[in-house]
Design a protein around this ligand. Structure first.
Ligand code: FAD
Length: 352
């Protein structure tokens, strides 16, 4: 029987959840308040790659594999902003050996192989900022032009009868009793609505460089766990995303950009973040990054909804009288996990 569902949050996790419930014939209203709680999803570099997540192998596969298959299915429509890209990941000596062995997703048609030592640019090993590099992977994964994909998902939601409303939810109790299920997709802001001692949040910064993409290949350097300096160059349809940073949320306040009316608009990286990203991307790619003064590049920052040493929270709320399914806390892998998470949230709601 068709149920009434209220999805709180309209980032990638909220949109995926809304679409999943709608596809099974339920009635969905999606509410969000981007002016109070800036969504992280539009800032994402948005390549499919399980990263910085505390999941068991089984959990990771359960979330990432359905998303991979869904993204490949979406690629059949030309307006989703998704394409397959060849990619390379490099590992420095601080990455644990176990993490450099063949990943489970090599069995998907990702053209996975380990890089030969001759394929690793020697310059990476000579610089103290990045390296020395001890190994690497070559692969092919979906890369998503995220503004295009979010718009496409929202169109799908509306086309299936989903309602989209702008509203700040201050408590689940204020949500009308006529809703059978509430799906909480509030990302890094979830603690405004539910208690979660392990939700911390880390700022991530990217630089968006419009125009012809820089090169063909996605490059990713997961610089050791303690240095907080993942580096990536992600060529997309009509832009390149350069990243990144991983900073504890206490440093976020400094990063607002203010509009002409004085209103806060978008988080941006600090000058130090931006210069660091450019420097590291130049080393990783071995090429100068053309960020001319006055050119139309911009920096953006977002809040990775990290749950310290814990997996995303995808569970029924046992403390509430209402049927609340939580679906948040996807850290640095929300785009990689969103469809598997939507399926998991849907499965949890079913028996109720
Ligand atoms: C720089 C950077 C690069 C990244 N790159 C990648 C990548 O390449 N691949 C990958 O898989 N992941 C990546 N991530 C991670 C990914 O972006 C996040 O995991 C994902 O966007 C989280 O999505 P979300 O829907 O949970 O949160 P959000 O997008 O933040 O959405 C939360 C929503 O909830 C709403 N909301 C919150 N509280 C309330 C409330 N009380 N009332 C109403 N509305 C509310 C907000 O307005 C928003 O709509 C990256 C993250 C960053 C910061």
């Amino acid at each position: 029987m068709s149920k009434k569902v209220c999805v709180v949050g309209s980032g990638i996790i909220g949109l995926g959840s809304a679409l999943r419930f709608l596809r099974s014939g339920h009635r969905v209203t999606m509410v969000s308040s981007p002016s109070h709680f800036m969504p992280t999803s539009p800032v994402s570099a948005a390549f499919w790659f399980p990263y910085a997540c505390s999941l068991s192998l089984e959990q990771e596969i359960a979330l990432a594999e359905p998303t991979y298959l869904f993204l490949k299915e979406c690629m059949q429509s030309s307006d989703t902003g998704i394409s397959l890209r060849k990619g390379r990941a490099y590992f420095d000596e601080t990455v644990e050996l176990a993490e450099t062995t063949t990943p489970w997703w090599a069995k998907l048609d990702t053209n996975f192989r380990h890089l030969a030592s001759t394929e690793i640019p020697s310059v990476l090993g000579e610089d103290q900022t990045v390296g020395p590099i001890v190994g690497g992977w070559s692969f092919e994964v979906p890369v998503i032009q995220i503004p295009t994909f979010l718009t496409w998902l929202q169109r799908e939601v509306v086309a299936l009868g989903g309602e989209v409303k702008e509203h700040r939810v201050t408590s689940f109790n204020e949500i009308d009793d006529s809703y059978d299920w509430i799906v909480n997709c509030t990302g890094g802001w979830a603690t405004h609505l539910t208690s979660d001692p392990v939700l911390v949040g880390f700022q991530g910064t990217v630089i968006e460089l419009p125009g012809e993409p820089l090169g063909e290949t996605l490059l990713f350097l997961e610089k050791g766990k303690s240095s907080n300096l993942p580096t990536y160059i992600v060529p997309q349809g009509s832009r390149t995303i350069l990243g990144g940073t991983l900073k504890p949320v206490t440093q976020l306040g400094e990063a607002w950009q203010t509009g002409s009316d004085g209103a806060k608009q978008q988080w941006v990286g600090t000058d130090e973040d931006v210069l660091g990203i450019i420097e590291r991307c130049q080393i990783v790619s071995g090429k100068p990054i053309p960020l001319a003064p006055g050119s139309s590049w911009k920096s953006k920052a977002g809040l990775r909804p990290v749950r310290s040493h814990s997996p995303p929270r995808i569970e029924m709320d046992s403390n509430s009288q209402r049927m609340i399914v939580h679906n948040y806390g996807h850290g640095g892998s929300g785009v990689t996990f969103f469809w598997g998470s939507a399926q998991a949230a849907y499965d949890l709601a079913q028996p109720c």
